[in-house]
Design a protein around this ligand. Sequence first.
Ligand SMILES: NC(=O)c1ccc[n+]([C@@H]2O[C@H](COP(=O)([O-])OP(=O)(O)OC[C@H]3O[C@@H](n4cnc5c(N)ncnc54)[C@H](OP(=O)(O)O)[C@@H]3O)[C@@H](O)[C@H]2O)c1
Length: 254
Amino acid sequence: MASPIIYKAAAQTSVGLIVAMGLDRAIGERGTMPWYLPDDLKHFKAKTLNSCVIMGRRTFESIGRPLPQRRNIVITSSAELRSQYPQLEFASSLNAALELARGAQPCPAVTAGETEGESEVEVREYSKIMIIGGAGLFAEVAPIADVLELTEIRARFPNADTFFPLVDMTKIGTTISFDPPMLEGRASYYVCQAKQPEGFAQVVPSLDLTKESLLDSSLHEIADDELLDKVVSGGNDGRVGEALCYRYVTITRS
Ligand SMILES: NC(=O)c1ccc[n+]([C@@H]2O[C@H](COP(=O)([O-])OP(=O)(O)OC[C@H]3O[C@@H](n4cnc5c(N)ncnc54)[C@H](OP(=O)(O)O)[C@@H]3O)[C@@H](O)[C@H]2O)c1
């Protein structure tokens, strides 16, 4: 049996934000994500593993369980969740959550819930605090975050009901990197061909993206025509059911 893990904050911690969004800043639809992007789920895991994740109550409900191998703090006023999930920690505001995440007190829920019995306890220090949504928390934390991990999905989601706030990071001094990298000044993208959820609708946008993203307009070049052909596979209204075009963007406060 794996050793129980206790998470505690390192002396220095950074605050990051991680989000996947459409070009119109869409992040959610009917309590879940508007798309299914398995590679992005792996990316999310890699970026948050062994960190402390902070989320709003609805985001927690959309995930449906505490994220393993991470300290989990949920912001809510609900007392109900507290009794249901002893592995979670709770806070009533972002500041209270950050205080908890940065504090010297190790993760008490993991201690209480998993250290019974013979197995030795493993203590892991984290230096990253990651805000994982939803919209209100993103708005509060974006102006102070040290790093923003964005998955930009190059499509619109007309049925979306939750949106990333308007934040112009370029005004506060940043360095930006792309995965896949820019090629000869043009944006490049990955293509995902996973089966999308029921009710999925995306609209591959017109080519003027300049008003839609966090990034400087000079960075908005179109994807290769060949690649776009794979995404726009049919339909007379520009909607497709199978493929998504996306890239990872890291914005670091400089
Ligand atoms: N694409 C992405 O990367 C991404 C990431 C995260 C979420 N999402 C999507 O976004 C949707 C959920 O996000 P959401 O914005 O609707 O909700 P949310 O922020 O996850 O949850 C809202 C609830 O959290 C609590 N809360 C949040 N901020 C608070 C604050 N500053 N002070 C006090 N309480 C606070 C309140 O809980 P109580 O009402 O219990 O008091 C509030 O009702 C879902 O569709 C989800 O799938 C997408």
